[in-house]
Design a protein around this ligand. Structure first.
Ligand SMILES: Nc1nc2c(c(CN[C@H]3C=C[C@H](O)[C@@H]3O)cn2[C@@H]2O[C@H](COP(=O)(O)O)[C@@H](O)[C@H]2O)c(=O)[nH]1
Length: 254
């Protein structure tokens, strides 16, 4: 938990609050030349929690932040905008470039002998650029609808809540035990893969419903918008989902 400007933040929002707190204090946390060589002690101070519970996976965060900073300094003159510009408004090119140049984004595992890539962080990165720039300037991509939902442990809860996805009895019992999973575990990959497919089907159905009505046919919908809705819904309605467990995992890919 992080307190910032009189408010308390948890989960993802505590990360944002810590970064805003650092920027307010004149720390260049968003500049590659700073985070390429930030010391562990400085980063620990920047991400300091205001509760008894420290940020999980601190060492790994420090490593991937430094790694990203070093790549930006070496190949992109320290500016992520140069990575975006190189992709000429193609979300798919940006996705490929990010996973090629920044190793911590290579969210890949093997399922039944086949390589499967989810690229959650790379896809949410592109989606956030698109959303923050409202599809303009750096946020303009000709193929933004090819980005799939960001497969992590929160959206599946919403998908199960709405009945778009159902867990088998075996999986439900496993999740209820709260067992810690590892990257590439069969259940983890199945939940992530089915979440992508369920969201694609919701998107298709929503598109159809919007198209059927003259008043809504020009409304935009894609998997990013559906993901955002489901993620916000889960945060706002957590108290309605105690019966829906989520898969527990600690990894750098979410
Ligand atoms: N699938 C998906 N996962 C998302 C987001 C967001 C927030 N994004 C939006 C918010 C405003 C802007 O519109 C951003 O786009 C965070 N996360 C993930 O959740 C995890 C933390 O969870 P908890 O501990 O419960 O807060 C962590 O892995 C984090 O990466 C999303 O939208 N979709």
């Amino acid at each position: 938990m992080v307190k910032y400007k009189g408010k308390e933040y948890t989960g993802y929002w505590s990360w944002c609050a810590a970064l805003n707190r650092a920027l307010d204090n004149g720390i260049k946390i968003t500049s590659a030349d700073f985070f390429a060589s930030v010391s562990k002690d400085d980063l620990r101070e920047i991400l300091k929690s205001d509760s008894d519970y420290d940020i999980p996976m601190f060492e790994e965060r420090w490593e991937v932040l430094q790694e990203a900073g070093k790549v930006l300094m070496k190949k992109y003159n320290g500016q992520f905008s140069n990575v975006i510009e190189k992709c000429e408004k193609s979300a798919q090119s940006l996705l490929k470039l990010v996973v090629t140049d920044f190793p911590s984004y290579r969210d890949t595992a093997e399922y039944n002998g086949k390589k499967v890539s989810f690229y959650k962080r790379a896809q949410i990165l592109i989606a956030d650029i698109w959303s923050c720039f409202e599809g303009k300037s750096y946020g303009e991509f000709n193929d933004i609808d090819t980005i799939t939902m960001f497969a992590d442990y929160r959206i599946p809860q919403s998908l199960v809540f709405f009945g778009a996805m159902e867990y088998s009895e075996e999986l439900m019992n496993y999740l209820k035990k709260g067992t810690m999973m590892k990257t590439g575990d069969r259940f983890e990959m199945e939940i992530r893969g089915c979440s992508i497919w369920a969201t694609e089907m919701i998107c298709k159905q929503t598109r159809q419903m919007l198209d059927d009505d003259d008043e809504t046919k020009d409304t935009m919908v894609n998997s990013i918008l559906i993901d955002h809705f489901l993620w916000d819904f889960r945060r706002d309605n957590n108290d309605k989902m105690p019966h829906i467990p989520f898969h527990r995992i600690r990894c750098i890919y979410y």
